[in-house]
Write a protein that binds this ligand. Structure first.
Ligand SMILES: *Cc1c(COP(=O)(O)O)cnc(C)c1O
Length: 417
């Protein structure tokens, strides 16, 4: 017997509130107090940003990283350090935050979009390779929603074509690919600590410098600090090219120190909850789970399933409304549309009233450029995953999805008396 949906007057599956908690505590407060007691909030004079980076380097097993004012800034810094410049092409994902694209365009380089895997939402290596031209300078690999892209294949393409690789790990803290942390494969790994990410410093970012080369580190560091070269006691103020001021303050560094200690726990809970949902949802009519390849450990910034509408008697709108009525909050899709459908790309207007730098290559961004990515956004249903949720919250989420999918499954309705 099919259960009556809550939206049609039945009993909702989820009747208790989802677990919640305080993400900032005395640990953060103590760190901030110490920062203030330093009598300076400047990263180069204080110890908080330095300690935050040292802790991050230890956690990630890298020698060098640079702090930034945001994830967007971290990505722009990586572009600058990688030498991305006027008229270069940079290949990236059409399903991402605009922060991935901003630095590319501020360097007057041209974003080129490659398609995605339909179920892991990682970047498709074959599509990346097909987009390479004489002008291609770099690949920005977006690791979406805590999952990882296929780094062996992507690094192989980059080596063969002599391209820089920048990993956008804003949504993928402590995600492992074949046992190794994402963010340590490419030339640079970029992270965000904005208030919506696994850990928060209000706003902030980190760039890892994976070459381990000191000069590379110095270039990256200077690009975040107006091209001032601040090392030990010496400050060199010679300016050979343009660099922005993307410095992190001691207040953010202080909060980051305390947040970083919680990160392994946050990621392990999210991994367990996301994987549990997949186990419970796999095989349900009309549901395609958020796939994670066996060689990957996904830390789920969110969980995004896809509807196989051909197996269901309802629309996505109806499915999502029914699920919400069962007490499970959810959203249709992720970003409103693939990035290249944004007016900025359709009008080819990065700078108000100008077609620069798009006019350098004659780049255009037609519908259908990345058909898999377009399809993902048209059929996806996004569920929040949170470390403060309880195992019961997750079990009830799965039960609600099972109830709605079973109710709307094609063929089922006629078979039941
Ligand atoms: C959040 C995010 C960014 C930008 O980070 P901000 O700190 O908000 O500037 C970039 N890329 C991805 C994939 C993100 O999720």
């Amino acid at each position: 017997m099919k259960e009556i949906l809550a939206i049609e007057g039945g009993q909702p599956v989820k009747t208790t509130p989802f677990g919640s908690g305080q993400r900032f505590g005395l640990e953060e407060a103590m760190q901030v107090l110490e920062a203030l007691q330093q009598n300076t909030l400047f990263y180069h004079f204080g110890n908080k940003v330095k300690t935050f980076l040292n802790d991050f380097n230890e956690l990630y097993g890298v020698s060098y990283s640079v702090a930034a004012s945001s994830g967007t800034a971290a990505l722009h810094i990586a572009m600058g350090a990688a030498g991305v410049t006027v008229g270069d092409e940079v290949i990236t994902s059409p399903i991402t935050d605009q922060g991935t694209l901003i630095g590319i365009l501020y360097q007057n380089a041209i974003p080129v979009f490659a398609d995605l895997d339909p179920h892991t939402y990682g970047m498709d290596p074959a599509s990346i390779e097909a987009r390479i031209t004489e002008r291609t300078k770099a690949i920005v690999v977006v690791h979406l929603a805590g999952n990882a892209s296929d780094m062996d294949a992507i690094m192989d393409i980059a080596r063969r074509h002599k391209l820089k690789v920048i990993e956008d790990c804003a949504q993928s803290y402590l995600t492992r690919y074949k046992g190794r942390l994402v963010g340590t494969f490419g030339d640079y790994g970029c992270f965000s600590t904005n208030d919506f990410k696994h850990i928060s410093t209000g706003d902030g970012g980190i760039v890892t410098v994976n070459s381990g080369d000191e000069q590379d580190y110095r270039t990256t560091h200077a690009f975040a600090d107006k091209n001032f070269q601040r090392f030990e006691d010496a400050v060199r103020k010679e300016l050979h090219y343009l660099a922005p001021n993307y410095r992190m303050t001691e207040l953010q560094g202080a909060v980051g120190i305390a947040q970083l200690k919680k990160l392994p726990w946050i990621c392990s809970v999210r991994q367990r909850y996301g994987d549990q949902l997949t186990t419970e949802l796999r095989g349900l009519p009309g549901i395609a789970v958020h796939e994670v390849k066996p060689e990957i450990e996904c830390t789920y910034w969110f969980y995004m399933l896809r509807l196989r509408l051909e197996e269901l008697t309802c629309t996505r709108e109806a499915f999502c409304a029914a699920l919400a009525a069962e007490g499970v909050p959810n959203m249709m899709g992720y970003i409103p549309a693939v990035m290249y459908k944004q007016p900025m790309f359709q009008k080819r207007q990065a700078y108000l009233g100008s077609h620069f730098p798009f006019e350098l290559t004659g780049a255009t961004y037609e519908e259908g450029l990345c058909p898999v990515a377009e399809d993902i956004l048209a059929t996806a249903v996004r569920l929040p995953i949170h470390e403060f949720y309880t195992p019961q919250d997750m079990a009830e989420t799965a039960a609600a999805i099972r109830k709605v999918a079973t109710y709307y499954a094609k063929g089922q309705a006629d078979a039941e008396p």
